[in-house]
Design a protein around this ligand. Structure first.
Ligand code: HEC
Length: 326
C-alpha cells in the first residue's frame, strides 16, 4: 500500500516537476521589490493608513501601517531592509519573535533594536503596555516585526497602538486582516479586541532598559531556528532542491541536516520532556520525518523529498494547534 502510494506520487510529481521546469525557464527574482499598485508611484513612499494592501519595499515585506508612523511587517532582510527603514526615517525597530535580532545590520543604519518576544497564544497585558510605551516615547516612525509580519507582530502592534491611544480595537482588527493574520490565532485577535488605552502616566517610562536582544532559550529558541531553516528548505524545494540563482549558497542537504539535528535536539529539551504523550507522539514523528527528508535530499529523490517536506509541515501544524496557539 505504502509502496503503491509513493509510486503514484512519484509519477504525479514527475509531471508536476516537468511542468514547473517548463514554466520556470525565466525565473522571477524573488527578492525584487514588488509595489502594491494601490500604493502609487515612488519606490520609497512610506506605508500609509490608506493602503488597502500590504506593501513591499527593498528588503522589507508585508508592511502595513496601524497608525501614522506605526508600521509592521516581516523581518528586515539584512542591509537592504535596514537601509530602506533608515531612508523612511525609522530609528527604532522592535522584534516580537524569538529569533536573535540582527542588531549589527541595524546599527550600521543608525537603528536601535528593542526585543520583546511574544508567543502565538496572546499578547499579555504587560507586553502590550511595554510596546505601547515604546510607541509613546518614540517621536519618529517605528517598525515592529516578527518573522513574516502576519500574525504576532500584527497583533502586537495592533494592541500596542490601542494602548498608546493611537487607534481603536475595531480599526486595529481591520488592519490585522490586511496583514494576513490567520483566523485560527484566536488569542492574538482577542488581545487586540480587548485592548484598552492606558493613561499618560502609565505610558511615560524610560525605555532605555528594554533589551535589544532578549534572552530566549530552550524550546522557543530552537523553534525560532527551526522556522528559519524550514524556510530555507522550502526555498530549496521550490527550486527542485537545487541552489537557486538568487541564493547560490543555499545548499539543500546542508539545511535539511540542520533541520534534522534541531528536531533531534528537542529530545533533550526540558520543556518538551515535560509535555504529555500527545506532544511526544508528534515530536517523535517530526524527528523521523526530518531525518528521512535529509536522507531523501541526499539521495537526490525529489519526489520523496517533496512528500516528506509536506508531511513535516503537517506535523508543525498538528503540534502547534494544541500546544502553542491556545
Ligand atoms: C512536537 C511539537 C512541535 C513541532 C513538531 C513543531 N513545533 Fe514549533 N513550537 C512548538 C511549541 C510548543 C512552541 C511554543 C513554545 C513557547 O512559546 O514556549 C513552538 C513555537 C514555534 C515558533 C515560535 C517561536 C518564537 O519565535 O516564539 C515557530 C516559528 C515554530 N514553532 C515553527 C515550527 C516549524 C516551522 C515546525 C515544523 C517544521 C515546528 N515548529 C514544529 C511545538 C512544536
Amino acid at each position: 500500500m505504502r509502496m503503491q502510494r509513493s509510486a503514484s506520487r512519484t509519477v504525479r510529481l514527475g509531471f508536476l516537476l516537468a511542468a514547473l521546469a517548463a514554466a520556470c525557464t525565466a525565473p522571477v527574482p524573488r527578492n525584487e521589490p514588488r509595489e502594491a499598485p494601490a500604493h502609487g508611484p515612488g519606490p520609497l513612499a512610506p506605508p500609509r493608513l490608506a493602503d488597502s494592501k500590504p506593501i513591499n519595499l527593498p528588503g522589507l515585506h508585508n508592511i502595513v501601517a496601524y497608525a501614522d508612523g506605526v508600521w509592521t511587517g516581516a523581518v528586515p532582510e539584512g542591509d537592504e531592509g535596514f537601509a530602506t527603514l533608515e531612508s523612511l526615517g525609522v530609528h527604532l525597530v522592535v522584534s516580537v519573535d524569538g529569533a536573535v535580532p540582527d542588531v549589527d545590520s541595524a546599527r550600521r543604519h543608525s537603528i536601535r533594536y528593542i526585543h520583546l518576544p511574544i508567543s502565538y497564544d496572546t499578547v499579555s497585558q504587560e507586553r502590550q503596555l511595554q510596546l505601547a510605551q515604546v510607541i509613546a516615547s518614540t517621536p519618529g516612525p517605528i517598525y515592529m516585526h516578527c518573522h513574516h509580519g502576519k500574525h504576532r507582530s500584527a497583533a502586537a502592534v495592533g494592541a500596542a497602538a490601542v494602548v498608546a491611544g493611537r487607534t481603536d480595537p475595531a480599526a486595529a482588527v481591520e488592519r490585522m486582516k490586511i496583514s494576513g493574520t490567520a483566523p485560527a490565532y484566536e488569542g492574538l485577535w482577542s488581545a487586540v479586541r480587548n485592548a484598552k488605552p492606558a493613561d499618560a502616566a502609565a505610558l511615560a517610562t524610560d525605555i532605555g532598559a528594554f533589551p535589544s536582544i532578549a534572552t530566549v532559550t530552550g524550546l522557543v529558541a530552537a523553534m525560532a531556528e527551526i522556522d528559519l531553516v524550514n524556510d530555507l528548505v522550502r526555498t530549496a524545494k521550490e527550486n527542485q532542491w537545487q541552489p537557486p540563482s538568487f541564493h547560490p549558497d543555499l545548499v539543500a542537504p546542508k539545511e535539511t541536516r540542520r533541520l534534522r539535528d534541531l528536531f533531534a535536539s528537542l529530545v533533550r529539551d526540558a520543556e518538551s520532556q515535560a509535555m504529555d504523550a500527545g506532544y511526544k507522539k508528534v515530536l517523535d514523528r517530526a524527528i523521523v520525518e526530518a531525518s528521512d527528508l535529509d536522507e531523501a535530499v541526499r539521495q537526490g529523490d525529489a519526489a520523496k523529498s517533496d512528500a516528506l517536506f509536506a508531511a513535516l509541515g503537517k506535523s508543525c501544524k498538528e503540534c502547534h494547534q494544541p500546544y502553542r496557539d491556545k
